[in-house]
Ligand binder design. Sequence first.
Ligand SMILES: [Zn+2]
Length: 201
Amino acid sequence: MKTLAYIFKNNEEWIRKQLAYDPDYFHRMEEGQHPEFLWIACSDSRVLPNELAGLGAGQMFVHRNIANLVQYNDINLLSVMQYAVDVLKVKHVVVCGHYGCGGVQASMGNTDLGIIDIWIRQIRDLAEQFKEELAELKTEVERVNFLVEKNVLQQIKNLKELPVIKRAWHNKQELYLHAWVFDMATGRLVDLKQTEQEQPE
Ligand SMILES: [Zn+2]
């Protein structure tokens, strides 16, 4: 088996760099976290939320899954949401998809992916909902990226239905939802301009 010693070497190098830049870094990390952001992203290895947003350790609470989905039966996501909103009191929840998402692409095909097919089922429903718009797009890339955007917007709708969000807004907690997409080809973060603010009832 190939040794993974280089990971531990990298780790030592990272510690050295962090301390050279900020000798107090690890002491501060010990004191706890006060992130303003909860960032929901795809598990894709090319997406680096902290790096692309220029936010360091302690500034972003992160949840990731295939195709950045908000599913009502996902106890992992629901727990992350509750902790982020009720305990950490994050001000911003970002759903950040990415163009060229393999999960979204898979939902447009007929291949048998086993349990992943169940996971991405709601994107298939979305593709059905927008089939006329999709049919007008010429290339596969355009169709995938169209659906990537619609998928992010759908997840914002899903978030708005969560009791933890409704309760926060009802209690006038400052909380904004943002629909963003990361363009891997240029590195640019695209705002879909669908920010949802707190909505007192
Ligand atoms: Zn993806």
